[in-house]
Write a new protein. Sequence first.
Length: 572
Amino acid sequence: MAKFNKNKLPSRHTTSGPDRAPHRSFYYAMNLTQEDVAKPFVGVVSTWNEAAPCNTALMRQAQSVKKGVTEADGTPREFCTITVTDGIAMGHEGMKSSLISREVIADSTELTVRGHSYDALVGVAGCDKSLPGLMMAMCRLNVPSVFIYGGSILPGRYKGKDVTVVDVFEAVGQHSAGKISEKELTELELVACPSAGACGGQFTANTMACVSEAIGLALPYSSGTPAPYLERDKYAYLSGRAVMNLLEKKIRPRNIVTIKSLENAAVIVAATGGSTNAALHLPAIANECGIKFDLMDVAKIFKKTPYLADLKPGGKYVAKDMFEAGGVPIILKTLYEGGYIHGDCMTVTGKTMKENLETVKFNDDQKVIRRHNNPLSPNGGVVGLKGNLAPEGAIVKIAGLKNLKFTGKARCFDTEELAFDAVQNKKYKDGDVIVIRYEGPKGGPGMREMLSTTAAIYGQGKGETVALITDGRFSGATRGFCVGHVGPEAFVGGPIALLKNGDIIDIDANKGTINVRLTLKELNTRKKKWKPKKINFGSGTLWKYAQTVGSSFKGATTHPGAKKETKCYADI
C-alpha cells in the first residue's frame, strides 16, 4: 500500500477522514472491507448490453479486469454505459442516435468517474462508437487509463466462403436486383453472425481497436483475439494490472496521446484500409487532449501510408485472420521499420512503442499482412478530398477501388430514405453522382451512416458505375466510390446544399479534389436564394446535440476540449 498515497488521489474526497464516514458506509454495504476502501478506486466501465453481439461478451471480460485490479492492490468499481449498435440502427431513423451515442458514452463515463471520485479507469468496449467514446473519456478525465477491445465476431460460413454482416447488407441489393432469391437471403442471414463480438471486417470497431494499440492506450495484442475466445480474458486481466502500474508511475492518457501518437493512429487506419469514421474519431480524441488534429491532418497521413492489410470490405480477410497472422504488433513493426511509426511514444505498458516492438518478429508465413516495402498499394486505403464542393474537406475510402476518378451528374436527395427508395427501385443511371444531404451532424441531426444505400448499390452491381457523396457518414463496411463528411454540411448552407439535379461533379482521389462545375458567381447566387431548413427534432437528446455539435471537419465534437479546460479532473 505504501506505493499509493491516497492523499494525492481523487478518491480521498469520498473515502478519507472522519467527514467521509457516511460515504464509506455505502461501500461497506457492498461487502468492501476497510482495507479495500483504503486502496485506490478504479472504475471498470463496459458497454455491455443485449442490443447486439458486439456487447454480449463484455461483462465477462470486465470480471477479469477487476481481478487484475484487485491483485495489483486496487479496488475495482464496475459500471456500464450505453451503446447504440450501428448494424441494428442502420437504414432508419435509429441511425441518428449512433454518433450521438459516442458523446453520451464519453459524458456518462466522465460523470460516473467525477461523481464517485475514481482514481483510474479501465474501459471495455465492443461497438463502433463505444471505442472512441471511452478513449475520449479517458483523455478528458486524464486519470491513468487502459482501454481494451471486447473482440471481433467469428466469420460466418455460406456456400464455402467466410461471410460477414456486410454480405447480408449487400445481399439485400442482390435480392432487389433479382440476383438471389428470398430463400438464399434467409439462408445467409441465419449463418452470417455466428458468435459474440463486433463486425469481423476492417469496419469501424476493428479499425478503432487497431487505433487503441497504435495510439498507446491498449496493451499490445489485446485487440486481436476474437470475442468468444477465453484468451481475451487474459488481456482483460493484464489490463487491470497495467492500470495499477500506470497509477504508480503517474502515467496519464495525455502523456500517451500526443500529436505523434495520433499520427501513429492515423497510420494504422490507412495501413489496414480502415474505416473513414476514424477521420471523425481521431480529431475528437485529439480535442480531449487540447491538440489540433483535424480531418485534413488525418488525410495527409493517410496519403503517405502504404496499404498493407488485405482485409474486408476492400480485401479478402477478416479480423480473426489478422489475429492469427500476428495481430496489430506485426503491422506496427513493419511500419516502424519503414519509418512510418514514431517509436518514442509512451504506451500503457509503461514503455515506449519502440520498446514494445523490440521482440516482435514479422510473420512471413501468412497472406493477410504485407511488409512495408511490398504494399497492396503505396497509398493508404482512405483519402482526403477538398474543392469548391467541400471547402472544409471530405473523405473517400479507396481500398479495393479500381477507378480513382469519377465525373457524373448530380442526383440530389435531402434524406437517406429518399435515396434508398430510388436505389431500390433503380431510379438512377450509370454515371450518376447520388447526393445525400441534410444528414450532417446538425442537419440529421447525428450524421447517419449510409450502409443500407451503399450496400444496395453494390449488391446491384453498380459499385463502380455510380458515385455517392454525402454530408453524413459511411459505415466502415461501405465499399464503392463513396465520399462522406462533406463540409460545411447542407444544414449550415455548405455548397452541397446548393447542388441541383444535373450539375456536373468531378471527383479525383489521386489529386484529392472534389468540385462541381459551377462558377463562384453561380454558387453565390444560389447561396442568396438558399433557405435554411428547420431541424427535424424540437426536443430531446437529438435537439440538444444539434445545438452544440461542431463540424465533422473537427470531429463533430460538442465541447471546446482541453484547450479551454480550467481544471483537470485528475488533479482535483
